[in-house]
Design a protein around this ligand. Structure first.
Ligand SMILES: [Zn+2]
Length: 410
């Protein structure tokens, strides 16, 4: 075993990230939808690097990549994801995977460290086929029927077809071995401006919000836009827009300090200029790290819908499509990341919640979990121009490796 394998190497981290950027490159970012050719090539690239780092490699039946260690002692699981949003950034996902790889390279051969880092790249964190399918499969939250039902949101291709096309059909899905890991750690770009605007280097994540999604359907009466008098109309589109305004008036009095809500899509039926809409539908989303807050807001939403229905012009139905999995990050992990930041980032760290979803919230359902952020230039993400200063990438990697060491030493 050569000595340089024990040495943290920032240039190697940058070279690895750039190698991944070169697979499926788009402008300065990447285009790697789940199970696309560049995504699969990225998984193969990782498999080779993990093997070189002395880990046993497996790609499971849902496209998760694992690098496992035979070294005795405690094991820490680390990772993120390798697919991207469409025409998006180079660091969202790969940063955490490459940090985990570097930690395994540096920590595992070190005889002074009792234990090892194991690496995971979770499939489809970006939700081309579902949400968190790879990590949820690992924690036992995905059934075969869920996979039967999953489709690519862009092409409509079924997940079964996609798995067959990339040669993963029929392969077993890896399940978490309870008690194997002391916990899970993930690094990610912040995708916001908190760190940049505070001239900070590291975000110590305290919690990850859950995402709740709803379909709210308005049923009125379709009719002629010229001959139907205003006082007798049952305009579902108007009822919907009033409802949106009502949400914005009433939610601030019932929400938590960081609750956010969005109406992301509105459709009118039939959606023509000379027809009063008889039907209208909105997709509505709320995010918070406290399910009690969401319970309260959902009750409010349903009572507002009942009020509109009681007025008699339009009936409103509220259907929950997705239930959030908010997660609190483990105190020991937060402390280890903070202590590592004191050594390698001059203490320029801050504790902060994550408004974006990450695989760590899924892993947190079965083991202690922690997350750290590095700055995003301009807060930009889910866009090909997403970027982080090389110096910040290297500092983050050093903090991450040190946090892994500390967690294994606990
Ligand atoms: Zn991500």
């Amino acid at each position: 075993m050569s000595d340089n394998r024990l040495q943290f190497d920032g240039a190697r981290v940058l070279a690895d990230l750039n190698a991944l950027r070169g697979i499926g490159a788009y402008k300065t970012g990447v285009h790697k939808p789940t199970f696309s050719e560049p995504h699969m090539r990225s998984l193969e690239w990782l498999a080779q690097r993990l093997a070189e780092a002395g880990l046993a490699v497996a790609i499971d039946g849902i496209g998760n990549v694992f690098g496992t260690s035979t070294k005795s002692g405690p094991k820490l699981l680390a990772g993120s994801h390798l697919e991207s949003q469409n025409f998006a950034g180079w660091l969202d996902g790969p940063l955490g995977v490459v940090y985990a790889l570097e930690a395994a390279r540096v920590v595992n051969p070190d005889s002074n460290v009792n234990g090892s880092v194991e690496v995971a790249a979770w499939c489809d964190e970006e939700g081309h086929f579902g949400h968190f399918l790879g990590s949820r499969s690992y924690v036992g939250g995905v059934t075969e029927a869920d996979i039967d039902a999953a489709r690519d949101r862009n092409s409509g291709r079924t997940m079964r077809e996609a798995l067959r096309d990339v040669g993963l059909a029929g392969r077993a899905r890896a399940k978490a071995e309870r008690g194997r890991h002391i916990g899970y750690i993930e690094a990610h770009i912040e995708q916001g401006r908190t760190l940049e605007s505070g001239d900070l280097r590291i975000g110590v994540v305290t919690s990850i919000v859950g995402i709740w999604q709803y379909r709210i359907t308005f049923s009125g009466e379709q009719n002629h836009a010229g001959t139907t008098r205003m006082d007798v109309r049952k305009d579902a589109g108007l009822a919907l827009t009033r409802f949106c305004v009502d949400i914005d008036d009433r939610f601030p009095k019932a929400c938590g300090p960081r609750t956010v809500w969005t109406t992301g899509r509105i459709t009118l039926d039939p959606g023509a200029p000379s027809i009063i809409p008889g039907g209208a539908e909105m997709l509505f989303q709320m995010r918070d790290d406290d399910p009690a807050v969401i319970d309260r807001l959902e009750d409010l939403l349903r009572s507002m819908a009942a009020d509109v229905t009681a007025q008699g012009r339009c009936s409103v139905a509220v259907e929950r499509l997705r239930t959030g999995i908010p997660a609190m990050m483990d105190a020991t992990f937060q402390h280890a990341i903070e202590a590592a930041s004191a050594v390698f980032a001059g203490g320029r760290s801050v504790r902060m919640p994550s408004g974006a979803g990450h695989d760590a919230q899924v892993l947190a359902t079965i083991m202690p979990a922690g997350m750290m952020f590095v700055p995003s230039i301009g807060g930009i993400s889910h866009h090909w121009s997403e970027n982080t200063d090389d110096a910040d990438i290297v500092t983050g990697a050093q903090v991450f490796v040190e946090a892994c060491r500390r967690l294994l030493a606990e």
